[in-house]
Design a protein around this ligand. Structure first.
Ligand SMILES: [Zn+2]
Ligand SMILES: [Zn+2]
Length: 235
């Protein structure tokens, strides 16, 4: 079992106390449109207390050291905001292999695992050839592989690919993912970009009292903290 990452919190803290955090942000190091510093300034303006830069990596991402050094340098100038850095790495198979090196994982302050494609399918366009029943099973199994075997703190946007291509991820599968997350000490991300069924999912997270993380999957600085506003609106 992994050591609990101190930035995560229990779902039972909601709905009374919504943490003003955003732990899913992409910068110009990958496909984000804003720089590290632009996000920091935006987060401070919005009154956030903590953020995490969680870059998309692959095993071949040679820039990771530069990225982590840059966050460490810049954050010294902004002591009013807690600033973390880490990775969002995708599942390579159904057994929890991550597309990240051990060095990246060890150096990261937060490690997010994500299903970004279904292992075995070369690209997302092949999704058209599989049934929703098959797709939901693939997404579920890839998610369970991450929870059970990968050195992750957080599972990103559960059911995210399915939601994008097929519609609402079935709640029964979500419930199974939550139970596994509780057993394996992994946090489930509540993400404002994948929120079809967010109310019911929050209720499940709260009733199981699992660890959760909040993320906006921000790709530009105006999106920082979107998840906090969304939760304030619905809780
Ligand atoms: Zn993602
Ligand atoms: Zn992301």
């Amino acid at each position: 079992m992994k050591k609990r990452n101190p930035i995560l919190f229990r779902a039972s803290r909601l709905p009374k106390d919504i943490p003003t955090v955003d732990f899913h942000i992409h910068t110009t190091f990958t496909d984000g449109k804003s720089s590290i510093e632009e996000y920091i300034i935006s987060a401070i303006k919005k009154g956030l207390s903590a953020i995490a830069f969680t870059e998309h990596v692959r095993k071949s991402s040679g820039w990771f050291g530069t990225f982590s050094r840059e966050v460490k340098n810049i954050r010294k100038a902004y002591p009013q905001l807690k600033i973390y850095y880490g990775i969002e790495a995708k599942a390579l198979d159904y057994q929890g292999a991550l597309d990240a090196t051990t060095e990246m994982i060890n150096e990261s302050e937060v490690v997010i695992g994500a299903v970004h494609r279904y292992p075995g399918l070369e690209n997302l366009s092949e999704l058209e050839q599989i049934s929703p029943e098959k797709a939901v099973q693939m997404e579920f199994e890839a998610s369970m592989g991450l929870i059970e075997n990968a050195p992750i703190d957080i599972l990103a946007h559960p059911g995210g690919i399915y939601e994008k291509y097929y519609g609402e991820f079935p709640v029964g599968y979500f419930r199974e993912i939550v139970k596994a997350a509780k057993q394996y000490n992994v946090a489930i991300e509540i993400n404002s970009k994948y929120c079809n069924n967010i109310k019911e999912w929050l209720e499940i997270c709260i009733s199981e009292d699992i660890f959760i993380s909040l993320g906006s999957d921000a790709h530009s600085d105006p999106e920082t903290g979107t998840i906090v506003n969304l939760l304030r609106g619905i809780l």
